[in-house]
Design a protein around this ligand. Structure first.
Ligand code: ZN
Length: 149
């Protein structure tokens, strides 16, 4: 598990005093807009002149909006580049920058939290206010081999 995304997420939480991606975006001067986007687009990050925007698909359920916002924040901080998050039915990706954005999002939204005894992955996702698909996509990194250290 690459540690850069994790350390960045920890720094962000410390500086901003929250792991809420919407408050973090505000802190960083990134405007968050909600638009009725096509279903296959979860959201995107873009820069227009000196301004930075995260646009979220307003039709997505709240946990998806949180995860998408955190994912786009990852692009804003790690890649500094415009990017569209194509929301498929899950967060699984084989692209390096997509994985990095997801790892940042996971480090921000989940951090050191882990499944408690007897807790299902669905209950855990609900407790973290993220989509279960998001947790499932991280299974390997977070729950099998990796510990967020
Ligand atoms: Zn992305």
């Amino acid at each position: 598990m690459p540690t850069h995304s994790l350390h960045l997420a920890r720094d962000v939480v410390q500086v901003c005093g929250t792991n809420d991606p919407f408050i973090v975006a505000d802190y960083l001067g990134i405007e968050v807009w909600y638009e009725n986007l096509p279903p296959h687009i979860g959201g995107f990050f873009t820069r227009i002149f000196d301004s930075a925007y995260i646009v979220i698909n307003s039709e997505k359920p709240w946990p998806w909006q949180r995860a998408i916002a955190a994912h786009e924040l990852g692009h804003a901080l790690l890649h500094n580049d415009s990017h569209t998050f194509l929301a498929t039915s899950n967060f699984v990706t084989y692209s390096k920058i997509e994985r990095e954005a997801n790892q940042f999002a996971a480090a921000l939204l989940i951090g050191d939290e882990a499944l408690t005894e007897g807790e299902s992955i669905y209950e855990f996702a609900q407790r973290m206010s993220v989509p279960v698909e998001f947790v499932q996509s991280l299974h390997e990194d977070f729950f099998l081999g990796g510990r967020l250290t």
